[in-house]
Design a protein around this ligand. Sequence first.
Ligand code: AMP
Length: 280
Amino acid sequence: MILFKRSEDLINYLEKARKLGQTIGFVPTMGALHEGHISLVKRSTQGTHITVCSIFVNPTQFNDQKDFQQYPVSVEQDILLLEAGGANVLFLPSVDTIYPAGTANPMPYDLGKLETILEGQYRPGHFQGVCQVMHRLLELVNPHKLYMGAKDYQQCMVVKRLIEIIGSKTILHISPTLREQNGLAMSSRNRRLNPEEQQKAALISQTLIDIKEKLVPGKLHQLKQNAKIQLEQNQFKVDYVEIADANDLTIIDDWDGIRPLVVLIGCFIGDVRLIDNMQI
Ligand code: AMP
């Protein structure tokens, strides 16, 4: 695996590969890698000639500075995992490399209601930051295929929209969520949970399964409310338990039994914020 820190070196290397007819797959991450990230790398190695992974903890997508400062970092271990996973290139830029003109967002992206619901509601500015960094990374890497995880369901929709807005030819591939044995969705933030909290956090995915099993056509308010209460009774601080259209994230209060759905949860255990979702 080759490690690049400077964008010029990365661009030159990938330009040569492109001229040789090689296809490029890209897996953007914020590091503190786990098997979920590596599953994306493996998919990329199967679908393209060269797999580029980036590790960059993007300051502009953190609405909470404490969350940014406490974000886990483990680059040396990440490098070993990426090599074992088959990545060819690691891009490890500095903040100045990604934002040479500073971190202010020069062009707000029109994300419509995607920006104001669910994660957007509870993390103001978050998706603008995601678009800002993804726009820059897509320009630098210019991949044929982009691999992202369904774990961040709304983020996938936002990036799909970004790709349309900037007229990129990159094709987005969305991979399923990898889970721990107890059902907890793998996440870098899980490292901040103690063993007891990690066990407890399994209630998030159990709640998603519970909703999926109980879901019948008709009004959904009570189902969402009961799930929220169950989490709160177990000391979670719940931002949302929502059921939405799986295609466009329109919140559904009355289900016709036909529309494809996704159930989404955003909540805190202690001061660690976790998200998860399940498609119906
Ligand atoms: P992050 O480092 O958290 O920004 O995540 C980088 C990429 O890995 C994103 O596309 C995530 O959706 C994806 N990802 C994170 N956790 C998982 C997981 N448990 N399973 C599959 N993909 C994941």
